[in-house]
Design a protein around this ligand. Structure first.
Ligand code: FE2
Length: 418
């Protein structure tokens, strides 16, 4: 085989290797190093460097071989110098060519000669100089041939594209990270705004301070116990905070009436779930179904609730959870005309009204969550903390809950079996 044919085959092989290296998903600096070694190996060169132009100023070394560590110190490039690299044939990039119009080479000639660099080629991608490849020390001692130049230019183009792609990927990753941060921040702002709203709702009702916040927390605990995803749990907490937002349009005197209210006032008060829906529906919430949970938090399984008289399956599960959380808070907090009910009494109410007012599955989940706190299965005692000292204490509490759970889960099992 002719030596020139052999060389050609070798060059093609090197180019194929280079393409594979650049397309690989491995480490970036490893890619540049290997690419440079392929280039040096193909041309039998003793030294070389791949440097990146990051804006104007000092050059950043991406790979170096056969040159001292301090090689790059003092090498800078400015915008005008970058531009001259965009034009000219290879002879313009030869260091020994004192007639070259390349101002970068002319400015650094002494240093380049001192380091044994003979050729400085630009890496050009989309008409921009992304970096330089510096080469020197041909093992044969010969001059660069025009075939050498062709090979070098092809390989340098490959490396340039590799570096450019890497930069793009880096930028995309940075932007994705930034977007993620903004998204998290936006959610936090949304949550804070919602909590401020919840506080505003509760201020209107002087007897139920903190009601919305508590309903949010109970709803979150129930949903988590029911195996909802973290995202859904966050959503229902928000729904809990906002469920009574419709009360903002109800007359303060009606909300604060200390005793039973007349039919007219009662129907005025009962407008609040639908009004809440109207307020929340135009807002783009980062969670699903918040307006619907507000609308249906006074529906009952037997269809005797309001505003739409929905029945069991028609009521969104989130609204069922908020409804239970809402009633539980109403039963376990003092009102001006009555003290809060004992836990025993509350459990009795939940048992009696499961299947008519409340969904048994939801009540059972809440009971399980409370039982876990009572028996010490969960370290955090969030429900107990809300209810205050003494309320969930005593041996009967665990028994009450276990009996309730057993009663509620039995018919479900029987139903599933049939
Ligand atoms: Fe309500």
């Amino acid at each position: 085989m002719e030596p020139s044919t052999q060389k050609l085959i070798h060059t093609f092989g090197a180019l194929a290797d280079l393409g594979q290296e650049i397309a690989g998903t491995g480490d970036f600096s490893e890619m540049v190093r290997t690419s440079m070694h392929l280039l040096l190996g193909t041309l039998a060169l003793r030294r070389g460097a791949v440097v990146e132009c990051v804006d104007a100023g000092p050059l950043r070394c991406a790979a170096i071989w056969g040159l001292g560590d301090q090689f790059l110190s003092g090498f800078e490039i400015d915008e005008a110098e970058k531009k001259v690299f965009l034009k000219g044939d290879t002879a313009e990039f030869l260091v020994r060519n004192t007639k070259t119009s390349n101002i970068f080479i002319n400015r650094h000639r002494d240093q380049l000669v001192h380091e044994g660099i003979e050729l400085v080629l630009p890496m050009i991608v989309r008409s921009e100089v992304t970096g330089l490849v510096l080469l020197g020390g041909k093992a044969s001692g010969e001059e660069f041939s025009s075939e050498d130049f062709d090979t070098i230019r092809a390989m340098v183009r490959h490396i340039g594209v590799g570096i450019h792609t890497h930069r793009l990927l880096e930028q995309i990753a940075q932007r994705a990270e930034e977007n993620k941060r903004l998204y998290v921040e936006l959610r936090a702002i949304y949550r804070d705004t919602v909590r401020a709203f919840a506080a505003a709702i509760d201020i209107k009702d002087k007897y139920t301070q903190g009601h919305s916040e508590r309903v949010g927390k109970y709803s979150e605990i129930i949903a988590r116990e029911m195996g909802w995803s973290e995202e859904e749990v966050e959503g229902i907490q928000i729904a809990g905070y906002l469920h009574d937002i419709g009360k903002l349009i109800v007359d303060r005197d009606i909300i604060n009436a200390p005793y039973n209210i007349d039919a007219k006032s009662s129907s005025e008060l009962n407008r609040h779930p639908a009004a809440g829906y109207e307020i929340l529906a135009p807002i783009r919430h980062p969670y699903a179904d918040i307006p619907l949970m507000a609308r249906h938090h006074h529906e009952r399984l037997d269809g005797r609730g309001y505003p739409d008289g929905l029945k069991d399956e028609q009521i969104p599960i989130g609204a069922k959870i908020v409804s239970l959380a809402d009633s539980f808070d109403a039963m376990t907090t003092d009102r001006p005309y009555r003290r809060r009910r004992s836990f025993e009494d509350v459990v009795r109410d939940l048992r009696e009204n499961s299947g008519t007012q409340f969904d048994g599955k939801v009540v059972a989940a809440f009971a399980r969550a409370i039982l876990k706190e009572v028996t010490g299965q969960t370290r955090e005692r969030r429900i107990a903390k809300i209810l205050g000292k003494g309320y969930l204490e005593g041996e009967h509490v665990a028994t009450l809950l276990q009996d309730l759970i057993a009663d509620l889960e039995l018919p479900q099992k029987a139903q599933k079996a049939s």
